[in-house]
Design a protein. Structure first.
Ligand SMILES: Nc1ncnc2c1ncn2[C@@H]1O[C@H](COP(=O)(O)OP(=O)(O)OP(=O)(O)O)[C@@H](O)[C@H]1O
Ligand SMILES: [Mg+2]
Length: 337
């Protein structure tokens, strides 16, 4: 039977999973970058892959988008097996790389038309799609200017517009907002949300924990070649300790009295601040305030900190930027208790 009419056994899986991978491996020389990665991304959702520099995020994106081969494991994207049907995978996906694919020497419009040609769209259709996408990404006014004159945010929007020319059902965005100012980042989030509303599945990598928190249905943290944790933002936050109430004093005597009363607090003698482990609930907050009241002590500042994704990231990836401990964030180095 010619291969063109052979049934594709993996087609049924497309309905539920946009991306599914088991045991993906990749090494460069004797450096293992991916050491057995499993992924399951339902269609129509946003998945964020987090990890420190060099963790293998771009490598994962390149493998899943058929740009490079894996050394081991199995994956299907849009229901097509990566190894057996790379052409079918390519037809279903769009990829916006970490580094811009925009050609600065030609105009934004010409970049778009080039993509339309690559997708073999008829000329008239290519022009229609180009005009529509340029308008959607607020680039119509700049369409006839060389892309080298675009700001970083405009280039990024053009990059994504180019990715959408082929009307992909799954898009890979490798650090879509790196280098963008807060306004451009929020615009990009809006664009990504619109894509998802339109039924597109988004696989994104990011260095911004807030971004994953805002956008992603599920988040995986990549560390040392493996998925260190996977879940919703809320699930990940629940995995680690770090919630606390922080009391700051200006009067050293009040600080010392409070430290005596709240003897489970972690002291920061330099800042005259105390940190009391707390889940941030009203009940726990009230008991802290009751202690202070009964001892006749008034703090000058009270802040409640619940773990955020940054805490998760630092705890799971063992980064030393925020804390010396890998499992208990927010313990100041000079903690004496
Ligand atoms: N072509 C290659 N040859 C050799 N080593 C490579 C190659 N591509 C990537 N690596 C190595 O693989 C590791 C993972 O790289 P990768 O680009 O996937 O990381 P990343 O998580 O995307 O990092 P970043 O956040 O900096 O973009 C790094 O140590 C990198 O040096
Ligand atoms: Mg990368």
């Amino acid at each position: 039977m010619p291969s063109a009419v052979m049934p594709t056994p993996d087609r049924d899986a497309a309905a539920s999973a946009a991306v599914s991978a088991t045991g993906l491996r990749k090494s460069y020389g004797d450096k293992t970058v991916l050491d057995g990665i499993d992924l399951h991304i339902p269609a129509g959702t946003v998945f964020a892959l987090l990890g420190p520099n060099g963790a293998g995020k771009t490598t994962a994106v390149k493998i899943l988008s058929t740009l490079i081969g894996a050394d081991g494991g199995q994956a299907s994207v849009a229901g097509h097996d990566l190894a057996a049907s790379p052409q079918s995978v390519r037809a279903a996906i769009g990829v916006t790389g970490q580094f811009s694919a925009v050609d600065g020497l030609i105009t934004g419009e010409e970049n778009m038309l080039l993509m339309a040609d690559l997708h073999r769209l008829p000329r008239r259709e290519g022009r229609r799609v180009t005009a529509e996408l340029l308008a959607r990404f607020d680039l119509t006014d700049a369409a006839k200017k060389p892309a080298s004159t675009y700001s970083g945010g405009m280039k990024r929007r053009l990059d994504i517009a180019m990715t959408l020319v082929g009307n992909p059902r799954i898009i890979f965005l490798d650090e879509p907002t790196t280098g963008l100012d807060p306004r451009s980042r929020h615009n990009m989030w809006g664009i990504i949300r619109d894509l998802v509303t339109g039924g597109v599945t988004v696989f994104l990598t990011t260095q911004y924990l807030e971004e994953a928190d805002e956008l992603a249905d599920r988040i995986a943290v990549l560390n040392n070649g493996r998925i260190a944790a996977e879940g919703t933002a809320a699930e990940l936050k629940r995995m680690i300790p770090g919630g606390h109430v922080r009391l700051r004093f200006t009067d050293p005597a009040a600080y010392r009295s409070a430290a005596t009363v709240l003897n489970e607090a972690t002291r920061d003698d330099e800042a005259l601040a105390l940190q009391i482990p707390s889940d941030g609930s009203q009940r726990e907050l009230r008991s802290v305030l009751d202690w202070l009241d009964s001892a006749g002590i008034a703090a000058d500042e009270l802040t409640v900190h619940t773990p955020d994704l940054d805490d998760v990231f630092f705890a799971l990836t063992g980064s030393t930027d925020r804390t010396t401990a890998t499992t208990v964030p927010h313990q100041p180095k000079e903690a004496v208790r």
